[in-house]
Ligand binder design. Structure first.
Ligand SMILES: Cc1ncc(COP(=O)(O)O)c(C=O)c1O
Length: 477
């Protein structure tokens, strides 16, 4: 089989094959081991570039076999590692449609449907999170690019404060851009600052303790020393190790007083805004200048998806606008979402976002967030009830930080013990989460965001950890 046109007739059969496989896979995902015990066979998918193609059905069958062996069941309810959602039924099906229709979400001419849906999706997300309607917004590949987008707008604002159009002139001749943050700052925000030419070394972290909690006094002191010179404050709503929040209202006050742009990374923590029981955690979010959030985490749309929101649409547009003769000029009242983010050709991510919000609405998301917060608290209580486990932080939202701490093991040996136990958890595969270092201690940090997750899944965390800990071979001397 060579030219794909010869394979035209196989298209329907390919789609049927994959639909049947996807149905079977997803039917089993609730109970499956998160990581199958057999590592993927590279032999089956590797080798030299085929000179002659095998045909679509044959290629797909090989891919399906490889997926059986090598895909983590991350769409399932017991993948608590990192912070990973699944795809709600509406979002997943809409994602299939996205591929089938293959729209490019560049501008109106490329796809009126994609533009319309993105406009609505961004508006609905603003309503979901309580962000002002006048802000601009754009869908991104995730929170890293959402942070990049918000911080790019911040950089533009900062340049204009110095009388320089950074997108036009570049950064040379400008002073270093001060970025101030707490210890909760996520590595993706630092990565975005590096990509923006602001530089990792410009980031000053004001942490009150080893958990990264903001030292607000020290931050205020540093801002005073800037004497009104423009700066970026980078806040985190929902940090990865224990779900901690920076005090957004207090940081918004400081930003206002000291001529700073407040960017908030709310990759998953912005969902606290969805429920009255947790909304207080993001009080002040509407006073930020830019906000990033993920779609493939708590919104439970398939990878990849995020969103960035900026309080000043003009600054936002100025940071990303680009055109060329062949791309045409859009009428002013038609959105051009490629002018609000780093990508030009873009996947129509709005299909999934729109479909899931239309399907489940504000009430559905509130119910899911509250269920997950309840499950996290339940897990915290179970940990508290086990003498050999130690909870390391409060549970403000959906991440639970804890470690194994048997009475007879000295403190100095606990990090290594928990690391080994972490490997055992991943190898076991019934529940799935890794270790981190929190407050200077090696700790577990299961994060609950998957729409499928129920009590039974969460209860398995404590019983599995204790069972595996009891079976752990003694440490080598
Ligand atoms: C707080 C926070 N910010 C940013 C990110 C980066 O998100 P993504 O991997 O979707 O780019 C994450 C991912 O875990 C996160 O938890």
């Amino acid at each position: 089989m060579s030219d794909p046109i010869l394979d035209h007739g196989a298209l329907e059969e390919c789609l049927r094959l994959v639909a049947a496989e996807a149905e079977a896979y997803l039917r089993s995902v609730d109970g499956a081991l998160v990581r199958p015990p057999v590592p993927p066979a590279v032999d089956a998918v590797g080798g030299a570039l085929p000179e002659e193609g095998a045909g679509s059905l044959s290629a797909l069958r090989a891919l399906i076999d490889a997926a059986q062996a090598g895909a983590t069941r991350s769409a399932g309810p017991r993948f608590f590692h990192f912070v990973m959602g699944g795809g709600t039924p509406a979002a997943l099906a809409a994602d299939w449609l996205t591929s089938a229709l293959d729209q490019i979400a560049f501008n109106w001419v490329s796809s009126p449907l994609a533009m319309e849906l993105e406009q609505v999706a961004v508006d609905w997300l603003k309503q979901l999170f309580g962000l002002p309607a006048a802000w601009s917004g754009v869908l991104t590949t995730g929170a890293t690019t959402a942070n990049f987008t918000g911080l790019a707008a911040a950089r533009r604002w900062w340049g204009l404060q110095h009388g320089v159009d950074v997108e036009e002139q570049g950064l040379s001749g400008l002073p270093p851009l001060p970025v101030l943050t707490s210890g909760h700052v996520h590595v993706s925000a630092i990565k975005a600052l590096a990509m923006l030419g602001i530089g990792r070394a410009q980031v000053r972290v004001f942490a009150a303790d080893a958990t990264g909690r903001l030292d607000a006094e020290a931050l205020a002191g540093a801002l005073r020393e800037l004497r009104g010179a423009p700066a970026i404050l980078c806040a985190t709503a929902g940090e990865v190790n224990a779900g901690g929040f920076d005090p957004l209202d207090a940081m918004a006050d400081l930003a206002e007083e000291h001529n700073a742009w407040l960017h908030v990374d709310g990759a998953f923590g912005l969902f606290a805004a969805v429920s009255p029981t947790t909304r207080e955690l993001v009080s002040g979010i509407d006073r930020a200048h830019s906000v990033g959030v993920d779609g493939h985490k708590w919104l439970n749309v398939p990878y990849d998806c995020g969103a960035a929101f900026v309080h000043d649409p003009e600054v936002h547009h100025g940071a990303f606008a680009a055109t060329a003769a062949y791309l045409g000029r859009e009428e002013l009242d038609r959105p051009v979402f490629s002018n609000l983010g780093p990508e030009m050709s873009r996947r129509a991510r709005a299909f999934s976002v729109w479909a899931t919000l239309r399907a489940y609405g504000r009430d559905g998301y509130r119910a899911m967030v509250e269920r997950h917060v309840g499950l996290a608290r339940r897990l915290g209580e179970r940990i508290d009830g086990e003498p050999e486990l130690e909870r390391l932080a409060d549970v403000p939202l959906n991440v639970v930080s804890f470690r194994y701490r048997p009475a007879d093991v000295p403190e100095g040996d606990l990090d290594e013990l928990n690391r080994r136990l972490g490997h055992a958890v991943l190898d076991d595969g019934r529940v799935y989460f890794g270790t981190t270092v929190y407050g200077g201690k090696v700790a577990f940090r299961p994060a609950i965001v998957n729409w499928r997750t129920r009590e039974d899944d969460v209860d398995l965390i404590v019983s599995t950890v204790l069972e595996l800990a009891a079976a752990l071979p003694p440490a080598r001397a």
